[in-house]
Design a protein around this ligand. Structure first.
Ligand SMILES: [Zn+2]
Ligand SMILES: [Zn+2]
Ligand SMILES: [Zn+2]
Length: 134
């Protein structure tokens, strides 16, 4: 499974890359760098950061800046190599403090003044998630 994804995204297979990708697939949720460091205490920080950066460049994961100091990452759905297509908002639940991808919601395009171009758009919505509102 991990080999297939890495091959498809033109990423050279290394044990660390397979481990990290496997972890993302298994958890299937947004993870912070600290989660990864806790899970792989023997690997050094730099290797983890480099791996995340490679994954992000190749469209395997996308980063989420939600106003906290820690950058978080989630798996991409259908992103191409070096061209992310997941412009979706993220939802932060103030009750369970979980962050999730709202993949079915599109961020509306905005009209920028002339001379400006968009590279990345971030939208984080805060509220109560589906699980907590029952
Ligand atoms: Zn993406
Ligand atoms: Zn919640
Ligand atoms: Zn997302």
């Amino acid at each position: 499974m991990t080999e297939e994804i890495l091959n498809k995204k033109e990423v050279r297979i290394t044990p660390m890359r397979q481990l990290l990708l496997e972890f993302f697939l298994e958890k299937n949720k947004i993870l912070g760098v600290s989660d990864l460091e806790k899970t792989f205490p023997k690997s050094d920080r730099i290797t983890i950061y480099r791996t995340l950066k490679t994954f992000e460049e190749k469209g395997i994961i996308h980063s989420i800046a939600n106003g906290t100091a820690e950058v978080k990452y989630a798996l991409c759905q259908d992103c191409q190599v070096a061209n992310h297509s997941d412009f979706h908002p993220h939802f932060y639940c103030s009750k369970c403090e979980e962050l999730s991808c709202l993949e079915s919601v599109f961020i509306p395009s905005i009209d920028l003044p002339e001379g400006y171009s968009v590279e990345k758009m971030e939208m984080t919505i805060q509220g109560i998630c589906k699980r907590c509102s029952v």
